[in-house]
Structure formats: structure tokens, C-alpha cells
Ligand binder design. Structure first.
Ligand SMILES: C[S@@+](CC[C@H](N)C(=O)[O-])C[C@H]1O[C@@H](n2cnc3c(N)ncnc32)[C@H](O)[C@@H]1O
Length: 284
């Protein structure tokens, strides 16, 4: 007997209950994607029958989700700062926590006339594209080591209308032309310790290790960027990191030992210190 949307949703929610804390939401997003509609449609038409092809697609998504594949990799999209970004298994799925870094960067950029901003480790381009769109007079540059991540970031920039971002491939500051200076450098680098047990659970198992893991308790890349960013910042230029909820002390210590001043830590909506910012010290 054909299944209607509500029945399909209820069955899927039960099936995903053991693997996902957001089983209902996952089921709604996947069902809406399988029938090419949005979630509001599911609520408006609960008795609408699923066509055979739609049901086949939905069951295929469900099987993948039950294996643990993140919903965003199945739908190919994730919302960030109220815009839909294309995502693929080549990039980290943008997180709501990262909106704190973006909010602080927008505030910092608005104090400047035609600011030049650099996003290190751009991944899907979530940070760079949002900054370019929210600060239209900014000149935004973005770097990633992964060619495939950059291809996706370029596509997001094109589709969302942030056509002037300069994308460069390479390791952190290495691909930048000598002599250029940025008013603000932001980064959400890999910061998970290689021994963190969370790497073995949930969605992160499917995300690129290169986007997640950093040596030295997760701090190696933050230390590398902070240690090398000096020549790309004018005195007073800002450096801003997202980091793990328990890494604020360590990041402040790294910045404190280098040529930075005004080290500040910021909390996200959960009350966790997720962003630390500093300024390059004035020249003596
Ligand atoms: C945590 S993800 C952040 C992605 C995106 N900015 C976001 O916030 O959703 C870190 C990114 O850093 C990139 N990355 C890792 N090592 C790098 C390196 N040595 N140089 C440049 N990018 C690197 C990864 O490919 C990945 O895209």
C-alpha cells in the first residue's frame, strides 16, 4: 500500500532514533530532499502519497544515514548565516558555532575603510563568502590546501554572488604574494587532537581528517599560523581564531608569547570560549 508523507516520516524517525539525536529533523530534511520540496511542504501535505521513485530515493538516503553518513553530505547542502552552501565529503560541514567568528570579523571589518581580509582554511568558503557578502567593500582572500575544497568554495562564491574573492591553493600563508598586508586574518583551522575519542563517533567520521585534526593536542596549526602571520599584518592588524571549547587558555598562551597584543576571548551562545582574537603589536 502506498505510504503518505506523515507515515514515511514517522517510520524514518523510529529507524534513525538509535543513531541520531536529531532523528525527526534528519527524516524531515531527507524526505523533503527526496521529493524536491521544503520541510514546510511536509507539514502542509501530510497525507500526500509518496510516488514510487520518491520512496526509492528516500529509502536510499535513510540507509546511508543509518550507516552514519551526515545529512548534509546526502542533500549536498548546509545553511550558514541564512544562506545555503553546497557541501561535499571533501569539505567540513559548516557549523553554527563558526557564526561567532563571522560576527566578530564583520564587526572588526566595519570599523575599517575597504578592509582587506584573509580566511585561512576556507573549506566550503562559508566564512569568506559570508564576509564578502556582508562587507561588500571588503577585499576578501581565501586559502586552502585542498584543491577540491577550493573548487567547491569557488562554486559557492559564484552561486551566492561573491564574485571578487581571490582563492589561493597552498599551505596557510605560503601561497600569498610577498608584501601584501591584511587588516584582518581569520581562521577556523583544524583543531581536534588526533587522540580525541569524538573522532570515532557521529558525523565527524565522514568529514576530511585534514579539516579536523591537528597535532600537538590540536594546537599545531594555530601555533603555525600565529607564528607566521606577522609579516602579513600591519601593526594593529587583527588575527582571529575559532578553536575548541577548552583551548582558549592554550591559544591565548600561544599568542601571548608572540608579537601580539590585546588578546581577547569570546564566548558562543552556549557560553563556551570559542574564539580568541589579538592584534599585531606596534613596531618598536
Ligand atoms: C575546520 S575546516 C574549516 C572550513 C571552513 N572555513 C569552515 O569554517 O567551515 C579547516 C580547513 O583548513 C584546511 N587546511 C588544513 N590544513 C591546511 C593547511 N596546511 N593550509 C591551508 N589549509 C589547510 C582544510 O582543508 C579545511 O578546509
Amino acid at each position: 500500500m502506498p505510504t503518505n508523507l506523515l507515515e514515511a516520516l514517522d517510520a524514518a524517525t523510529r529507524e534513525l532514533g538509535s543513531i541520531s539525536e536529531t532523528a525527526r529533523l534528519d527524516a524531515e530534511v531527507l524526505l523533503a530532499h527526496a521529493i524536491g520540496k521544503n520541510r514546510a511542504y511536509l507539514r502542509a501535505w501530510p497525507e500526500r502519497l509518496l510516488q514510487a521513485e520518491e520512496e526509492r530515493r528516500f529509502l536510499a538516503y535513510l540507509a546511508e544515514r543509518a550507516r552514519g553518513v551526515p545529512v548534509a553530505y546526502l542533500t549536498g547542502a548546509r545553511e550558514f548565516w541564512s544562506r545555503s552552501f553546497n557541501v561535499s565529503p571533501e569539505v567540513l560541514i559548516p557549523r553554527p558555532e563558526t557564526e561567532l567568528l563571522v560576527e566578530l570579523a564583520i564587526e572588526a571589518a566595519r570599523c575599517k575603510n575597504r578592509p582587506r581580509i584573509l580566511d585561512l582554511g576556507t573549506g566550503s568558503g562559508a566564512i569568506a563568502v559570508t564576509l564578502a557578502l556582508e562587507c561588500p567593500d571588503a577585499e576578501v582572500w581565501a586559502v586552502d590546501i585542498s584543491e577540491s575544497a577550493l573548487a567547491l568554495a569557488r562554486r559557492n562564491a559564484d552561486e551566492l554572488g561573491a564574485k571578487t574573492i581571490r582563492f589561493l591553493q597552498g599551505s596557510w600563508l605560503a601561497p600569498l604574494p610577498a608584501g601584501i598586508r591584511f587588516d584582518l586574518i581569520v581562521s577556523n583551522p583544524p583543531y581536534v587532537s588526533p587522540t580525541d575519542p569524538h573522532l570515532l563517533r557521529g558525523d565527524v567520521r565522514y568529514e576530511p581528517r585534514q579539516a579536523l585534526v591537528s597535532a600537538e593536542d590540536g594546537l599545531q596549526d594555530i601555533a603555525l599560523i600565529a607564528g607566521n602571520a606577522g609579516p602579513w599584518l600591519p601593526p594593529g592588524g587583527g588575527l582571529m581564531f575559532e578553536h575548541g571549547f577548552d583551548q582558549a587558555d592554550a591559544v591565548a598562551a600561544i599568542l601571548g608569547k608572540l608579537d601580539y597584543r590585546d588578546v581577547r576571548r569570546y564566548r558562543d551562545l552556549q557560553g563556551h570560549e570559542r574564539v580568541t582574537a589579538a592584534r599585531r603589536a606596534p613596531e618598536e
